[in-house]
Design a protein around this ligand. Structure first.
Ligand SMILES: Nc1ncnc2c1ncn2[C@@H]1O[C@H](COP(=O)(O)OP(=O)(O)OP(=O)(O)O)[C@@H](O)[C@H]1O
Ligand SMILES: Nc1nc2c(ncn2[C@@H]2O[C@H](COP(=O)(O)O)[C@@H](O)[C@H]2O)c(=O)[nH]1
Length: 214
């Protein structure tokens, strides 16, 4: 008897965006997701902000000067860019294009301004997830517990949290990050079903035609 061989169908990569007020848990969720999802690659942003202890140039961010950042924007090298908490942040386009064309999904940890720009450029490819903290008290606790920013920076970020959260309804999915394992599982469930969407699977048409003719 012949073994049944599953057909390999191509799929268009998607752009998975995580946004949240600072400290709600995007980076933590992203790190775990990247360990568990082989077909997912991270878009590494460029930023003018100071490197935090433990951060690595080229892994967490490309840490650049304001002049270098402006030159990247001027040369049309950014998919999106914005000023967030007094620093500039942006997504270099080329690695995103490379990731998508090699069949990977690309993960973005960007704010609502960047999300709006990516959605305007690639409305069919973007999947937007907004992460909320369980409470403001817990958000503040997490920012202090991370112990990587000064009290002044934490206060500044807390002051902007309500404004950041006012954009939640622009997102496709909302996760309240109470339990980290559950939040990661929720994002994985979103990825799994978004990957199955008919519009992202250009080979399906020919495959079904073949099935009907057999
Ligand atoms: N579900 C959770 N329960 C408890 N602590 C958490 C949870 N998720 C994240 N944290 C902790 O909260 C702190 C902030 O998380 P993280 O750095 O991932 O936030 P962020 O949204 O990426 O912030 P930013 O926007 O500033 O980069 C970290 O110390 C992290 O370990
Ligand atoms: N629009 C963009 N926002 C970005 C990008 N990279 C990060 N961010 C957002 O900035 C804040 C602060 O990040 P932090 O690492 O300094 O704590 C956070 O909301 C990130 O999502 C980007 O390329 N574009």
């Amino acid at each position: 008897m012949n073994a049944v061989v599953a057909p390999t169908l191509k799929r268009r990569g998607l752009m998975l965006v995580l946004s949240s007020p600072s400290g709600a848990g995007k980076t933590t969720i992203s790190r775990i997701l990247l360990e568990r999802e082989e077909e997912l690659t991270l878009s590494i942003s460029a930023t003018t902000r100071q490197m935090r202890p433990g951060e690595i140039h080229g892994k967490d961010y490309f840490f650049v000067s304001a002049e270098e950042f402006d030159a990247m924007v001027e040369n049309n090298e950014m998919l999106e860019h914005a000023t967030v908490f007094d620093n500039k942040y942006g997504t270099p386009s080329e690695p995103v294009e490379q990731g998508l064309s090699s069949g990977k999904d690309v993960l973005f940890d960007i704010d609502w301004q960047g999300t709006q720009q990516v959605a305007a450029k690639a409305p069919n490819d973007i999947v937007r997830v907004f992460i909320l903290p369980p409470s403001l008290q817990e958000l503040e606790r997490r920012l202090y517990a991370r112990a990587q920013d000064s009290e002044e920076v934490v206060k500044g970020r807390m002051a902007k949290a309500a404004d950041e959260m006012s954009h939640w309804a622009e997102y496709d999915y909302i996760i309240v990050n109470t339990d980290i394992e559950k939040s990661v599982a929720d994002v994985q469930a979103i990825l799994r079903s978004e990957r199955l969407k008919r519009d992202r699977r250009p080979d399906l048409d020919a495959f079904v035609r073949g099935l009907r003719q057999a």
